[in-house]
Design a protein around this ligand. Structure first.
Ligand SMILES: Nc1ncnc2c1ncn2[C@@H]1O[C@H](COP(=O)(O)OP(=O)(O)O)[C@@H](O)[C@H]1O
Ligand SMILES: [Mg+2]
Length: 288
């Protein structure tokens, strides 16, 4: 039986941020990330956790940070906080110590397929970010080349699309180019790897920070919370694809008649169990 962790406070450590899913603490001049089992959907944190989900998310980030460190330096230090004197059994397997950086206030999004907010924008205006796309594209269609569609990182409210030029004006051309180039390289690397595992990486998001004057990759990478994963064997453009992780959760929530504007309902045990299996399966598929 997997244990559930919904929320944690660690005596002696000051909270840096409690996000939707992760609880982050100051640790010396570094940060301690703990991935809880909270799950969010439609921008809400659900009242029911998915046992073991945090371990899957943490494990995927650790796997990818190690695998991509040659492409770009990242903030990962260790997934064993005991090395820093933190001996808390509940966070074992779901935590990592990382370099604390000054966060660059952009979300570096790379899209290989027309989905989510990009599809909604395309239907309305024919544009995705600053790109004018050809007419007649279908939902979930693959782009010839992946698109770099950065947004601001809003503390409150919704992130806003920015053009590459706006990024250059804010950060300087050299930094902006570095972020674009590394984001696309990372996306292509993971896309090709995942394709061999039967998974489509439809789109993904990176964050970068500055440590000792150098740009490094931070936050989480190639997790279902930062990326869209679709099963390759059932991919048919022209309709919404089912996400590999939250398929049952989204379908259940929609089937309850929940209005998405008030706190969401609890998930029944059967949905929790099936979702838990999906996360475990995803982890195995990627890592093994
Ligand atoms: N190495 C780092 N240094 C400083 N801040 C970081 C680092 N990595 C991630 N962060 C920030 O920590 C926060 C983590 O919160 P998160 O769990 O993503 O919550 P949410 O996405 O729900 O806001 C984010 O604001 C992210 O930008
Ligand atoms: Mg986040």
């Amino acid at each position: 039986m997997s244990e559930v962790l919904e929320k944690i406070d660690i005596p002696g450590l000051e909270l840096y941020k409690r996000g939707k899913v992760r609880d982050v603490f100051f640790l010396e001049d570094k940060l301690l990330f703990v991935a809880t089992d909270r799950i969010s959907a439609f921008d809400w944190v659900l009242p029911t956790p998915i046992p073991g989900k945090g371990k899957v998310l943490n494990g995927l980030s650790v796997f990818w940070f190690k695998k991509t460190e040659k492409l770009v330096k990242n903030h990962f230090i260790t997934d064993n906080p005991a090395e820093f004197g933190i001996d808390v059994p509940e966070i074992k397997g779901r935590s990592m110590v990382v370099e604390r950086t000054e966060v660059i206030p952009f979300e570096c999004i790379v899209r290989g397929y027309l989905a989510g907010s990009a599809w909604r924008s395309y239907k309305k205006t024919g544009m995705v970010g600053e790109y004018k796309l050809p007419e007649g594209l279908r939902e979930a269609e693959k782009f010839e080349e992946p698109l770099f569609t950065p947004t601001t990182k809003a503390e409150a409210g919704h992130d806003k699309d920015v053009t590459f030029k706006e990024m250059e004006d804010k950060l300087g051309s050299e930094k902006a180019r570095f972020l674009r180039e590394k984001s696309i390289e990372l996306y292509l690397f993971a896309r090709d790897y995942l394709e061999r595992k039967g998974i489509i990486l439809a789109d993904t998001k990176f964050e970068f920070g500055i440590k000792d004057g150098e740009i490094i990759l931070i936050d989480e990478i190639f997790t279902p919370d930062s990326s869209r994963f679709w099963p390759l064997d059932s991919y048919i453009p022209g309709k919404p694809q089912l996400d590999l992780d939250k398929e049952f959760v989204r379908q259940y929530l929609l089937s309850t008649g929940w209005d998405r504007n008030s706190p969401p309902p609890e998930l029944p045990p059967e949905i929790v169990e099936r979702t838990k299996e999906r996360y475990e399966k995803l982890y195995k598929l990627v890592v093994e």
